[in-house]
Design a protein around this ligand. Structure first.
Ligand SMILES: [Zn+2]
Length: 302
């Protein structure tokens, strides 16, 4: 069901992207154009956001997917402007609620990646490893890292989630980075970069706050096969969609972006243990063979 516009509903505004948000190249190829009013799109948005999005108030008519001619990133030509983005993440989006079984499953995954921290980096300023969880969500990962004795900062766009992380989990959380957020040894960014209008500039900002040799773990939806399946009949909304997942990475575009932000691919010798080296090698090989974008990177010497 599409909500009819009312006099009170302001137009939902979009911003056009004139350059690749991962590598800044201005040459792009249009791969897909669909009317936002098409049934596929309106039904999906109504269903996914439980009819909270006033779709008749969109100021643009088309969903357009571009491919960067330099790094092969797929990205939407238009994204919501700041105000509409705020509406999306505060009011429209479905807030995941965890039941006990789901929390147990999520915790198992969280523990697996938190276990890796000490296999990959060692503390450089004092006894604690300085960890940044950027896009911390509900704070599960950050809390687990804190419980291992790491010094954790959690950054999250949503004010209510920040409040929850501070009050319920005792985390040092805020909506934006602070001046003293420097010298990080380990950065965790899971399910973040695909949402950002300017992922390269955020990554550059984070890079300046990392020590040389710091490890970055990036997780994004796997966009390695999206291009060949990109048609109105076969849209995979987890990989790219009109409102939320506005960047779709493969191994090549992720490498191009992280390199521009001052990171290089993590190598086995970067690890602190044989187990850590094994994990880095396995993930690198998986990415190399399949084109999957998520893996470890290292802040390179300036
Ligand atoms: Zn690019």
């Amino acid at each position: 069901m599409v909500t009819a516009p009312s006099a009170k509903t302001p137009m939902i505004q979009f911003v056009e992207r004139k350059a690749c948000p991962a590598c800044a190249c201005t040459k792009a190829t249009e791969l897909l154009q669909m009317p936002l009013a098409s049934n596929d799109i309106t039904e999906r948005i109504a269903c996914w956001y439980e009819s909270r999005v006033p779709q008749n108030s969109f100021e643009i008519n088309s969903y357009v997917v571009l491919e960067c001619q330099a790094c092969s990133l797929l990205y939407t030509r238009y994204h919501l402007n700041d105000d509409a983005m705020q509406e999306l993440y505060v009011h429209w989006i479905k807030h995941s609620t965890f039941d006990e079984a789901a929390e147990t499953r999520a915790l198992a995954l969280v523990r697996r990646s938190v276990n890796l921290i000490r296999h990959l980096v060692k503390p450089t300023s004092g006894p604690h490893i300085r960890v940044l969880d950027f896009g911390a969500g509900l704070g599960l990962w950050a809390q687990e890292a804190m419980s291992r004795g790491e010094q954790v900062r959690a950054i999250e766009l949503s004010a209510s989630r920040v409040k929850q992380m501070i009050e319920d989990r005792g985390l040092d959380a805020s909506q934006v980075l602070r001046a003293d957020d420097v010298d990080f040894d380990f950065v965790y960014m899971s399910q973040v970069l695909e949402h950002l209008p300017n992922p390269l500039s955020i990554l550059r900002e984070i890079s300046t706050r990392c020590r040389n040799g710091a490890m970055l773990l990036v997780g994004v939806p796997n966009g390695s096969r999206t291009r060949r399946n990109l048609s109105p009949a076969q849209l995979n909304w987890n990989e790219i969609d009109p409102l939320e997942h506005i960047n779709c990475f493969n191994a090549q575009s992720m490498s191009a972006m992280t390199r521009r932000a001052g990171f290089r691919a993590a190598m086995p010798h970067d690890a602190q243990s044989l187990y850590g080296a094994g994990v880095l090698t396995t993930l690198w090989a998986y990415s190399y063979l399949t084109g999957a974008p998520g893996r470890f990177f290292v802040k390179a010497d300036a």
